[in-house]
Design a protein around this ligand. Sequence first.
Ligand code: ATP
Ligand code: MG
Length: 653
Amino acid sequence: MTEQSPALDNLLTESRTFPPSEAFSAQANATADFYAEADADREAFWAKQAERLHWETKWSQVLDWTTAPVAKWFVGGKLNVAYNCVDRHVDGGHGDQVAIHWVGEPGDNRDITYAQLKDEVSKAANAFESLGLTAGDRVAIQMPMVPEAIFAMLACARIGVLHSVVFGGFSPTALRSRVDDQAARIVITTDGQYRRGKAAPMKVNVDEALEGAESVEKVIVVRRTGEEVPITEGRDLWWHELVDGQSAEHAPQAFDSEHPLFILYTSGTTGKPKGILHTSGGYLTQAAYTHHNVFDHKAGEDVYWCTADIGWITGHTYIVYGPLANRTTQVVYEGTPNTPHEGRHWEIVQQHKVSIYYTAPTLIRTFMKWGNEIPEKYDLSSLRVLGSVGEPINPEAWIWYRENVGANSAPIVDTWWQTETGGIMISPLPGVTATKPGSAQKALPGISAKVVDDQGVEVGKGGGGYLVLDKPWPGMLRGIWGDEERFRDTYWSRFADQGYYFAGDGAKYDADGDIWLLGRVDDVMNVSGHRISTTEVESALVSHPTVAEAAVVGATDPTTGQGIVAFVILRGNAVDGGDAAVQELRNHVAKEIGPIAKPRQILVVQELPKTRSGKIMRRLLRDVAENRQVGDVTTLADSSVMDLISSGLKSGK
Ligand code: ATP
Ligand code: MG
């Protein structure tokens, strides 16, 4: 590797650090020793973490990697995932503890204790069995954030059926392709869903999706909005008619540690969705271990809130499996953050005394855009740990989060992971790590990650390249449903000689050896031979006081190969998006990270195209920047955004 052409340039430096307070460290679940302990004997370390769970039969071998890249963890062990997340806590005398403070968008509430959760899950499991479902079958779930969605997932897990949750906002076509791919026997949905204060249809979309779908025998419908829906006789069943009358007794059967738990199609930021397959024992071990240590969760004391949708992996691992395995009391909120007003999240934090809050950078930047005065109005003093996931968090957004939400004291954990990894992989540990705004920092104890160059050789401090995972981990995907070749190609072929898992993300080490994630390698820009990450330019833009959000793409350029085109959303108080403002932003980037990164063009926009999990879809912006027909928009949260951007550009706004 030559000096002139690193795999990725390192442009942005950050010197602020925030060591943990002594008081926090003294009570923290994690300690600095974990790293050495895990390094000394990785398998023994994971075996110890697996002891957090109840195993009906103990494993005989921690890891079998002879079948790589398909791992077997806790070989020979048997457990029931739903028993671990529900019954175990009731048996342990905690049946009266609230598992879920459910908050509906229109203002309705439901508190569900662990004892009630056990009854609901058992009834649903009996109902599913009455329909003839057996272990290994697949059930597709397209529902908003209602408690029945969680009951349904756990009931599937309880009887060994694989669930596959599809975002509530996905189109009939997107649902259909996922149903067909896995040959789902049953689909569960609701009559409608609340979105931004209005009831929107759901069941009719499902009907449209399932026209002629051969694998589907039954559709179960949960009543939520109360609107009238067409019922197909012989196929459709109301949840309340099917489930409510069932017995609340259901004996959980133990399944093999490697029994499949679920399929989850990745959000499709970069193309055709992949059905990521996860199994039971290893996945649940990593979910519980990471939730306990990364969030410093204390059962029976904390009130936890993860704002993700259950249609995303974060909802699976950090609403359903990890928290419930750890006997968490959590908030589950159905709606959007600005319904009926922009302080909704803070109102909920105040009301339920939320102590751990886990959200995505996109939402943090949205809060910034709405203004500091909104969180200021609420009592957020219960918050003691803050988390971020989904995209690199820009340093300025991190600082805003710390100051305006975390009272300048709550540790922020920037957690890097993927649908494929099953659980958090790279993150600070609260109480242990001195945090740095914008960096996910270190692989967790028991996890190993490296930044390597094109040849797979680890780069040095200050060097940029590709993020790889060089050792197997318990929550790792076990394949892509029905497509083993794609599994090997996508993740294992890039660094086949070394046997590394290729994450598809760019990353760098800073001078201390901490890891910074720099966005997808597909998005890396090549400007006059410099390999520049979108993340660094976006972070430089967001560090300007007028900018709330930025998305950057490389567009073909006759002289430089690619030119940097930036799309920015201004903060609530910054109304002037004229030529002078744009010029100032271009100069600001040049000053922050160097003239090479100065955007060729900056366009002020009102919205950016995002997936339902809140990630910016840069490939669509690249289409706009290169004056092409905009590509596949089926996984966008709001497909009208692209029209808005294109028409705004044409009218010169
Ligand atoms: P697809 O793989 O279908 O394109 P996706 O990658 O958006 O979809 P996810 O598995 O939900 O689906 O997202 C994982 C990706 O999100 C990571 O590969 C990374 O690019 C990004 N990401 C998640 N957390 C972080 C983080 N803390 N810092 C930086 N990037 C993150
Ligand atoms: Mg991905």
